[in-house]
Design a protein around this ligand. Structure first.
Ligand SMILES: Cc1cc2nc3c(=O)[nH]c(=O)nc-3n(C[C@H](O)[C@H](O)[C@H](O)COP(=O)(O)OP(=O)(O)OC[C@H]3O[C@@H](n4cnc5c(N)ncnc54)[C@H](O)[C@@H]3O)c2cc1C
Length: 334
């Protein structure tokens, strides 16, 4: 599902010597608060920003405006402005599960990678209670859990991305997934309203959640459990070793491309259908792990070519096994 909200075009006229992104940035800056946050360095607004720079697949066209708030106040001011002016917005994390189409993204792409606070409000009473902002990387969160000898998120060993993206995707591995440790998720709606959901209201399931696409996840409360450091390290290292043996390296990728169908593995179905190595332009089915549709580093490749490969694999798996593979990868843009 395309997570772009309110796909209406900005009404602001574009002058002849401006790009679409520059015109949109100018329109955003007409708001006093947005202007002041930008001037103070609390909000970055980059026009015509290549999304290939912000996704691990390294593909895709430009976002009209790439916005990075450094505070919740700057984020709220930006959302109030986009909402009032009917400017489309979408939210991306570290771009590790994202394919942006070649035409890029109209409107404002908001990234909260600068909101990175992690705290333990009352370690003496509740040692496993963590407050985490959604821009924190999964790797940093895992390092904190090791520093504090807290178990529960060993499953994040080798899973890249931000906590926000991990919550939306319910990211995980055979050791567990976000749903196991989340007690609360906080988000802001596109109209600026703060939303707080307890675990059950998040609708976590296999690589998905009910967190609405017209909200930006800003933070979460996690409940971890004190555990001997050596045990945590053994699990994380075991997971990393297993991943190293099985996962392709030296290619641009987004991890697994398809979800595993119930009772089976997408990789097995793709391999048995004889598709390992199948290529469209610079995109190919990894010979090492068939559920990784990857892009050769440095080779010319478009998002359209990767999507053609996705459809070829889907078609062949359906013909061979009668199984319809569902994308785990999120595809956005035009
Ligand atoms: C090498 C590699 C290995 C991987 N291995 C695994 C694995 O083992 N297990 C696994 O589950 N995944 C894996 N992935 C996929 C990916 O790491 C996860 O899906 C991750 O949780 C995505 O986080 P992100 O911040 O990169 O989100 P993005 O890719 O940026 O976005 C993913 C989705 O979340 C939404 N989103 C992101 N942040 C926010 C926010 N703050 N508010 C609202 N919406 C938001 C986006 O709109 C999009 O729909 C792997 C990826 C790579 C590249």
């Amino acid at each position: 599902m395309d997570p772009v909200i309110a796909p209406r075009r900005p009404t602001r006229p574009q002058t002849s010597n401006e790009t679409r992104g520059q015109a949109l940035r100018r329109a955003l800056l007409e708001d006093r608060q947005v202007h002041d946050f930008v001037e103070a360095g609390a909000l970055e607004l980059s026009p015509d920003e290549s999304m290939a720079r912000h996704t691990t697949l390294r593909l895709g066209g430009p976002a009209d405006v790439w916005a990075r708030p450094r505070s919740l106040e700057a984020l709220s001011a930006l959302l109030r402005r986009t909402h009032a002016a009917n400017i489309p917005v979408c939210f991306v994390g570290a771009g590790t599960n994202l394919l942006v189409r070649d035409g890029g993204i109209r409107g404002v792409v908001v990234n909260i990678g600068k909101l990175t606070a992690v705290s333990r409000p009352a370690p003496e009473h509740e040692p496993g209670h963590l407050e985490v902002e959604a821009g924190v990387s999964t790797g940093r969160l895992l390092r904190h859990s090791l520093d504090w000898s807290l178990g529960g998120i060993e499953f994040l060993g080798g899973v890249p991305g931000s906590v926000g993206g991990g919550l939306v995707m319910n990211a995980g591995t055979y050791l567990g997934e976000f749903t196991d440790v989340v007690t609360e998720v906080r988000s802001i709606r596109v109209n600026g309203e703060l939303m707080v959901r307890d675990h059950d209201a998040c609708g976590f399931r296999y690589r998905a959640s009910d967190l609405p696409r017209d909200e930006v996840v800003i933070g979460t409360t996690l409940q971890l459990t004190p555990r001997p450091l050596a045990e945590i390290e053994a699990d994380v290292q075991g997971l990393r070793k297993r991943r190293k043996e099985r996962e392709p390296t030296g290619v641009a990728n987004s991890g697994s491309t398809f979800k595993n169908p119930p009772g089976d593995y997408a990789g097995r179905l793709i391999e048995v259908a004889g598709l390992k190595g199948t290529r469209v332009g610079g995109a190919f089915v990894s010979p090492k792990h068939a559920n990784w549709l990857v892009v050769e580093r440095g080779a010319p490749c478009s998002a359209a070519q990767l999507l053609t490969l996705v459809e070829q694999v889907r078609g062949a798996v359906y013909r061979h096994h009668g199984v319809e593979l569902e994308l785990e990868l999120k595809v956005i843009g035009e």
